[in-house]
Design a protein around this ligand. Sequence first.
Ligand code: PLP
Length: 371
Amino acid sequence: MKIPVANPDIGKEEEEYVLNAVRSGWISSQGPYVKEFEKSFANFIGVKHAIAVSNGTVALHLALLALGVTHISEVIVPDLTFASPANMVLLTGAKPIFVDVNRDYWCLDPVKVKEAITDKTKVIIAVHLYGHPADMDQIIEAANENGLLVIEDAAEAHGAEYKNTRVGSMGDIGVFSFFGNKIITTGEGGMVVTNDDELADKIRLMRDHGMRPRYWHVTIGFNYRMTNIQAAIGLAQLSKIKKLIAIKNKIAKIYSDILKDVPGIELHPNMPWASPSYWLYSILVDKKEFGLSRDELITELKKKGIDTRRFFYPLHLMPVFKPYVNKISDYPISTYLSEHGINLPSGPRISEEEVITVAETIKKLHKENIR
Ligand SMILES: Cc1ncc(COP(=O)(O)O)c(C=O)c1O
């Protein structure tokens, strides 16, 4: 592929910090970079505590356990997301309740959330999909009215803001992923954030085998720690996060400017209350007006060396999650978005010329294929 969907921006600073970590001998999860990365990330998000972990999936697992989710709980999960939230709910023994997303901004629909709440519901997981925030005021209102707790899954939205507040800081717990294609990366890695001292303490304890003091186990625990080497990369990445988000937003602006008048293309949302951090700039493709279906567009772009991704599949359709679905007809929006959505190249190392090439190629494909 000449133009990949995403590629990390790893430079001199990452190299230097990693070398420091390796040379210091602190290559496991003890070592100064882990603590520094946690402190700086908490500052950046605007929360009291940040707990570094081995990936975003285990961050969700710890968040659910810390909030007291058990086999008798139900947890609300958006139907359109990467599957980690649903998998982690199942790992706790709880039942995931899939709720459709909002047509305007692609995240959990608060009206449908309210309809899905039962006396077993314990937690709502709001995913900030593809860098656009969920409507947190409405989600939190639904939670408060029903005595529920909220996890923000900000794996795809580092630095995005909802009404001038960074995502991850509004729910009871926020989680992040630092996988290689994310806005900042540690290779593999994740973070749990919270303002609650007690929750932070529980999460740290479970992350470190549930031991306190050493070799005395007070709760079921895991080894979900981040290494000092990963944290070294993370700290270097964090020092340039504002630049990385600015690049994403510039990429989004170029795509939006060129594609806004192309028939059959719907642009990545940007609600008045949101400052997205376009992790992957995305569009919806309507064959009738555009001339090609989403899948045909992916194939044509691939022939020209341009890598793209189809949207996630709706969770309710997958065999592993089907046993937990009540009524299949309840998901018209996630089904539509999943069939029409495409993520365009948005990596931090893509040049402006390459973004223009991708957008102009899409425009040209419309002209060549519409009758
Ligand atoms: C919304 C969401 N939640 C959780 C995760 C899991 O993160 P990780 O890949 O670091 O386990 C991802 C994916 O990467 C994601 O997109």
